[in-house]
Design a protein around this ligand. Sequence first.
Ligand SMILES: NC(=O)c1ccc[n+]([C@@H]2O[C@H](COP(=O)([O-])OP(=O)(O)OC[C@H]3O[C@@H](n4cnc5c(N)ncnc54)[C@H](O)[C@@H]3O)[C@@H](O)[C@H]2O)c1
Length: 247
Amino acid sequence: MSERLKNKNAIVTAAGQGIGKATAIAFHNEGANVIATDLNEETLKNLNKEYPKIKVQKLDSTNKAEIENFTKTLGKVDILFNAVGFVHHGTILECEEKDWDFSFNVNIKSMYFMVKSILPKMIEQNGGSIINISSIASSIRGLPNRFVYGASKAAIIGFTKSIAADFVKQNIRCNTIAPGTVHTPSWEDRVKASKDPVQAKKDFIARQPMGRLGTPEEIAAIAIYLASDESTFATGNIFSVDGGMTI
Ligand SMILES: NC(=O)c1ccc[n+]([C@@H]2O[C@H](COP(=O)([O-])OP(=O)(O)OC[C@H]3O[C@@H](n4cnc5c(N)ncnc54)[C@H](O)[C@@H]3O)[C@@H](O)[C@H]2O)c1
């Protein structure tokens, strides 16, 4: 532990598994006081059992009232890590209105609620770092069968840049991380749900020039940098960590 986040208070969403969980643990290992939030109480309980100093809070990031009540319980917030996201599979022809609404609600409206609720605290404190998880499937690359996922993940990039521009003078930084394909529980589910899981696995790996998937810890590593004072000159940017997908 090198304490790069010593004395910082961090909120992490979607922290029950995958990238959110790895980031909550990485922030904790770097000395931050972490509140890990997720919709899934079971996975949060397991995280708390493993890391008793990580506080856990069941929170639906799409529920405005729940978020506002949660924010009222918080003291200083230095870091907000927004990781909630859902992958809808298909082209525009397979995307019904309900799929569009669900994806935009989970992938970007959730971030709007979280930032809108917590940002006033950061303004009052005169500082903070907001990190939003987008994807390479966004405005960076068009990938097959990622229509509404890509559209909503592209929105996160505009959302991030806009917040960065509006609050740069208040010492608030807002950046986005765009991961390539990362080995997480939901990725496993996507492989299992495909028509040919063996081929699906091969295809996911083949689109990574490094010939392998990323790990949640490899995404958490850049999150530490963006959350820490090492990145105080970085705002409004996209940090792609993608095994070479965008070379
Ligand atoms: N895994 C990848 O290959 C990959 C690649 C690029 C970007 N991403 C993005 O990274 C983020 C995390 O993905 P992952 O694969 O690590 O995690 P995951 O999909 O395995 O887990 C998602 C977590 O979010 C929680 N969640 C879902 N809806 C929620 C809500 N409304 N409120 C609170 N929590 C909710 C779930 O309970 C779960 O714990 C997502 O935004 C995803 O789009 C993932």
